[in-house]
Design a protein around this ligand. Structure first.
Ligand code: ZN
Ligand code: ZN
Length: 388
């Protein structure tokens, strides 16, 4: 009897999970808040709901201009003229989605899958698209990864974007949506138009990346690790079992593998004295901070006391990475560095190189993230409940 009950509850949990994960609610135009917009169907009509009640239909050839007024939202087109107190919702019976243009400030028209809810937040619109998860993922991969990548790289991006979306669904809860469409979350500029991306998303459908405790991972990435990725706790305060330093030869000959920067020797020494109290009257100390060549990634400059954080040096001197050597040259010191970015998690140029060499996206994932697994998102609750 008990067994039957627990089996039933598992089935309900899985079914609940599917409904919960099918759509994402995305806040649109987060970087260019809109005062006036135009909404059109994408090759089909839109049904219009005003303050929660079905009210009209927008013909496929018509465009509806919306403005904010004192009392709510005013809507006008060739054929329609009405107003709403709080919200206007557009649904696409054909499933083809909608087109949206920001009229003030003016932006290019974008096409979105799903439905649109228009409300207001003060003097600007609050635009929330409800988009099927897989279509959202395809749009994000197109906006974030761009063109001309290998299929395995697109698949890697697809599982990363999907994982991120599900792990961050509470990020904008106070604003009435789940994720924004800007770099704060993931850039989403509407429907994907690239076949190879659509294919990559379909081939990884519903797959997300979890750690050994079945928690969705933060698939952190950077441009180039310079040959060795970094432990999460060495850059941020918190460690993660899957963000662990690993050697990487795949990025060594990629565009951002190396950098160089010259700094006046006097400025370098003055900084170390002022910020860290380094004794720059001691010639041995001066020699170690102006001639420093680490064999692998270090956390601190040279072997001196007090310790000087390389991550902080990177920030203060605007360096491409915290992985560099120092050589004196006349009245300058030359910093020769490796990599670009914080170095934690996925090294993008290394991953692209692996994809080009024929590695699968799962190989790439396991190379950069320690002890992670791919699971179907519908099974997340099942795995989690299993241990209880
Ligand atoms: Zn956001
Ligand atoms: Zn790398």
């Amino acid at each position: 009897m008990h067994r039957t009950l627990s089996l039933l509850s598992t089935v309900f949990l899985v079914a609940g999970a599917v409904a919960q994960y099918t759509d994402v609610r995305v806040g649109l135009f987060q970087e260019t808040p809109a005062h006036q917009i135009m909404v059109m169907g994408d090759g089909g009509p839109l049904s219009i709901w005003v303050d929660g009640k079905q009210a009209a239909q927008l013909a496929a050839t018509d465009g509806l201009v919306l403005k904010i007024t004192e009392s709510g939202i005013q809507a006008r087109s060739l054929l329609l003229d009405f107003s709403a107190r709080k919200t206007i919702t557009f649904r696409s019976p054909s499933g083809r989605g909608f087109r949206l243009r920001n009229m003030a400030p003016k932006t290019a028209e974008r096409t979105y899958p799903g439905s649109l809810e228009v409300g207001r937040a003060g003097s600007t619109f609050r635009l929330v698209a409800t988009v099927p998860l897989e279509e959202y993922v395809a749009g994000v991969v197109q906006a974030e990864a761009g063109k001309d990548h290998w299929m395995e790289y697109y698949k890697l991006q697809a599982v990363s974007c999907r994982t991120y979306a599900l792990a961050n669904k509470r990020r904008h809860a106070a604003e009435g949506f789940e994720l924004c469409d800007a770099t704060h979350c993931q850039v989403f500029q509407g429907r994907n138009r690239q076949d190879s991306i659509r294919q990559a998303v379909a081939l990884t459908r519903d797959l997300v990346v979890v750690d050994s405790d079945i928690r969705l991972i933060h698939a952190t990435f950077h441009s180039n690790c310079g040959g060795e990725t970094v432990n999460a706790e060495d850059v941020w305060s918190k460690s993660e079992p899957y963000l662990v330093s690993t050697l990487d030869t795949f990025c060594l000959h990629e565009p951002h593998a190396a950098w160089e920067k010259s700094v006046p020797r006097a400025k370098w020494l003055a900084y170390l004295r002022k910020e860290y109290g380094v004794n720059t009257d001691d010639s041995n100390v001066v020699a170690s901070v102006t001639e420093y060549a680490p064999e692998c990634r270090d956390l601190f400059l040279a072997n001196i006391s007090p310790r000087v954080s390389l991550t902080r040096l990177r920030n203060d001197f605007h360096l491409r990475s915290a992985y560099f050597s120092v050589m004196p040259q006349g009245d300058m010191v030359v910093l020769s560095g490796r990599g670009f970015g914080h170095g934690v998690g996925l090294c993008q140029e290394g991953a692209m190189h692996m994809a080009r060499k024929g590695y699968s996206y799962t190989d790439i994932l396991h190379h950069y993230f320690t002890n992670v697994h791919l699971v179907k998102l519908q099974n997340l609750d099942f795995f989690r409940d299993d241990g209880m």
